[in-house]
Every structure is written in C-alpha cells, then in structure tokens.
Design a protein around this ligand. Sequence first.
Ligand code: NAP
Length: 300
Amino acid sequence: MRVLVTGVTGQVGGALVRLSGDAASDGIEIVGVGRDRLDLGQPGRIDGALDAVRPDLVVNPAAYTAVDKAEQESDLAFTINRDGPAALAASCAERGIGLIHVSTDYVFDGTGTRPYRPEDPVAPLGVYGASKEAGETAIRHALEDHIILRTAWVYAARGGNFMNTMLRVGKERDELKVVADQHGTPTAAVDIAGAILAVIRARLAGAPVASGTYHYTADGQTTWHGFAEAIFDRAETVWGRRPIVHAITTDEYPTPARRPAYSVLDTAALVAALPSLPHRSWHTALDEIIDARMAAEETA
Ligand SMILES: NC(=O)c1ccc[n+]([C@@H]2O[C@H](COP(=O)([O-])OP(=O)(O)OC[C@H]3O[C@@H](n4cnc5c(N)ncnc54)[C@H](OP(=O)(O)O)[C@@H]3O)[C@@H](O)[C@H]2O)c1
C-alpha cells in the first residue's frame, strides 16, 4: 500500500516519514511530499501531485498552523486549510482512494466541562480553528472514505512548538510567566504518527476504522503552566537549575487569536474502533521527547 504523506517538513508529517522503516516491514510504503510537490495553497494542482505519486491512500497533516498570524491572513488560512483539503478530498474521490486528515482541538470553543467527543458541536474562536473546521466540512462532503483525526497541543524534538520555546526561553531567563487557565493535552508528533500508522495497518489488514471524525491525543490533561513545569522538571536534571514559572491568566497574556479555555479531547471512539491503538500519558511521552531533544543539544 503506497501512502502519500503531505507536509513532510512539519512535526507530524516528519514523524510519519521517520516511521517509514516500521511501515515498510508491514508492506506500507510512505511517500512524503513537501509543499514543493503538493501545495495546498494551489488547489488546482493537487490532481497532478497525486498522479505523480499514484498513492493508494493519502495522509494530510499539512496545514496553515500559525494560530495568531491567521487572524491577519484569513484568506490564506482558508485557502490552505479549507480549499486545499477540499481539492485533495475531491481528487481522492475521483481516484477511489481514502484520506486521513489531521485536524485540531481549536474547532471547539472551550466552554465544555468534560472531554470533547467527536460529535460535540464545534464553535471555533479564531480564524485558524474556523479554517480547519471548514476543511473538515469540505472533506465530509467530497469524500466518503475519510478519517478526520483531531489532535491537540502538538510538539516534537524539532520544530516550532511550546516545548522548544520553553527550553529556549528557560535557558536564558530566571523567571517567566505562563498561562494557567487553558486546559488541554500535550501530544507528541511521534505518537500521532504512530496512531495514524495503526489506522493504516488496520485498513491493510481488512479491518478498517469506519469513516468519520475521531480524536487522538496523549492520555491525561494539564495547562500550559503545568506543561512548562513538567518541561523544566526534566530540563533541570541536565541544566542543574530551573526558572521560576509564574502562573498567569489568559487575560494577562493577550494574543491576537482567542484560544479555548478547555480543549481536552475524548479519545474513546478511536480506542473502541482500534483496540491496538498505541497511547500513553502526556507526561511519559514528554520525558522521552525532551530527553531526545536535550541529548541532541548536548552533541550539537
Ligand atoms: N501544532 C499544534 O499544536 C496542533 C494542534 C492541533 C492540531 N494540529 C494539526 O496537526 C497537523 C500537523 O501539525 P504540525 O504541528 O505537524 O504542523 P507544522 O509543524 O506547523 O507543519 C505544517 C506543515 O504544513 C506544511 N504546509 C503549510 N502550508 C502548506 C501548503 N500551502 N501546502 C503544503 N504544505 C503546507 C508546512 O510546510 P512548509 O515547511 O513548507 O511551511 C509543514 O510541513 C495540522 O493539520 C494542524 O492543524 C496541530
């Protein structure tokens, strides 16, 4: 089974490509493409990109992911996150192939009081969330054979993410302030890639996960402040020091885009559909990723 993966320079796309060896042993050939070969901002060219690779399945983690900048670049965000996936889904439908599309917890408004289920009403607070939600809707209309996998708070050893920002800033400063009233689940890109691979394996084994929308994150929940403290718990073992992390409110740290106060996702539907789904606590995953990140830093 040949699987085209978009956004190979990104956290999730890159993690999937790094699992190519694992996938190959199960008969899954991962073909990663960057924006140069498949540009979601040029929907008219997506057919050609698919014809060049001739995949049996497409995985689309590529997206416009700059949450704050999206408030100023609404047209671009919607082109990449709605029109690109719409064209991709239409191309998949024409070719009779499936699409696994990655989406976000930011489709919810955060007023929930229990983990969000896939079928809960969406109400994005910002342009980024709205553009991702529009992409989801376009895919549902264009292609029956789809899995929309919403995830949250993605980080990896490489890439622009909260963990790497904390490690950079925490090294330079003795004190910093981090928002403590937004709740979610940090999720390692490699774990999302592993979950996607499990979905692909089930398909190949003839026991596919039914088309639809699912949630996948690590287990548990925290706040950005809790995430920062966990990062520094680990970093301290290498640095021999840690910054003081002051808990602040969202109101004290205004950003261009509003973010949900609570965007914990309920993953039960995917766990039920795929009992072999790998999952672990966000804390366990963080310790592993941070160790890899800091080991790379030491040898650099
Ligand atoms: N990051 C998070 O915290 C988070 C949270 C929830 C859900 N998600 C979702 O998870 C998915 C993966 O996120 P991520 O963190 O891995 O993203 P990321 O690291 O920001 O990478 C985004 C990828 O999309 C590519 N891309 C951007 N514009 C493109 C275009 N016009 N055509 C083709 N590729 C384009 C980028 O390529 P270039 O290098 O060329 O720009 C990059 O490879 C996304 O769908 C995102 O919405 C992310």
